[in-house]
Design a protein around this ligand. Structure first.
Ligand code: TUI
Length: 309
């Protein structure tokens, strides 16, 4: 069994954290990952506080294990969600797409373990100074909103720059990726794309099929021109978006293409005009499994590679 500062900090059996994927990281998936010995997360995404509260309560009906919450900082409801996690007695919070400084004191005073997702050394150091318990160093191989560094370059530089434990994310989809992350100095991994196709994931079959059939170069990054880079699988929407971006259209003019588009893909299965967020690792994912099967298979592979068993 791999014991690290992260498994100790979070009281989990395996050093695997599920990404806080918008519209995907709901109570069934989070409970299944936690039940399988990792840390499941409810993704706050753009949802109002009361919706997140309901999700937390439903997850608790499914598992006795702790489930965390990801607070998406670009959300208009981030303030509400930040308070809901305290009120609901959540023990672990991760944050994404911004700087969570303004919530740190409130969360620390409530005894919450705070783990910001960062995409640069500078923000990692700043988060450590503000009392973060760990950071997720997320490379641009990830799906969704991304930074500029790759996981291979970001993780060791963050490991060298902070003393708190580092969780690697971006491009990790099997036991080899977990073992490699440990070689870079990480003490756990966060994975999103692999869990998209989990049997417990409430994701439309069309979406799962796009991931299962994707190859290595099937993703594209939209939004680079206006500072909101988002990685998703190529389709009609990404082609149209990138064409308009080249023509110099503003973020506001392009918003109509993405507003609600992730929900349409995840729930309605519109994988032509919807946003099919997924990481570059999609090309390596070929089977649907339960979270327990995924986690046990990946850990056995990683432990073998690291000669830990
Ligand atoms: O947050 C994510 N991934 C996400 S959030 C999301 S919802 C969304 N959809 C469309 C547009 C925007 C958001 C989908 N995927 N990952 C964590 C992450 N955080 N990756 C990169 C960052 C990040 C980037 C810059 C964190 C902080 C940052 O700078 C903050 C600062 O103030 O310096």
């Amino acid at each position: 069994m791999m014991k690290t500062r992260i498994t100790e900090l979070l009281g989990i059996s395996y050093p695997i954290i599920q990404g806080g994927m918008a519209w995907v990281a709901e109570h069934h998936l989070a409970a299944a990952v936690s039940d399988a010995g990792g840390l499941g997360l409810i993704g706050g995404a753009n949802a109002p506080g009361e919706v997140v509260r309901e999700e937390i309560r439903k997850a608790r009906e499914l598992t006795d294990k702790p489930v965390g919450v990801n607070v998406m900082l670009l959300s208009p409801y981030a303030d509400e969600v930040a308070k809901v996690v305290v009120e609901e007695g959540i023990k672990v919070v991760t944050t994404g797409a911004g700087n969570p400084e303004k919530y740190m004191d409130m969360w620390k005073n409530a005894g919450i373990k705070v783990i910001p997702v960062i995409a640069s050394v500078a923000l990692a150091k700043r988060m450590e100074r503000y009392g973060a318990d760990a950071v997720v160093a997320e490379g641009m191989e990830s799906g969704g909103h991304i930074g500029e560094q790759t996981t291979m370059t970001l993780v060791p530089q963050v490991v060298d720059a902070v003393t708190i434990p580092v969780i690697a994310a971006g491009g990790i989809g099997d036991g080899r990726g977990i073992a490699a992350s440990f070689m870079l100095g990480a003490e756990a991994v966060q994975m999103g794309t692999r869990f998209l196709v989990a049997k417990e994931a409430q994701v439309h079959q069309n979406y799962k099929d796009r991931v299962l059939k994707a190859n290595d170069i099937d993703s594209a990054v939209t939004g680079r021109s206006h500072g909101h880079p988002v990685r998703c699988l190529r389709n009609q929407m990404t082609r149209e978006y990138m064409k308009l971006e080249k023509e110099g259209k503003s973020f506001e003019e392009l918003e109509y293409l993405t507003l609600g588009a992730l929900r349409r893909a995840v729930q309605d299965g519109d994988v032509k005009n919807g946003t099919v967020m997924a990481g570059q690792i999609a090309g390596m994912i070929h089977k649907e499994q339960t979270c327990k099967e995924m986690i046990e298979e990946m850990m056995a592979e990683a432990e073998k590679l690291l000669h830990w068993m």
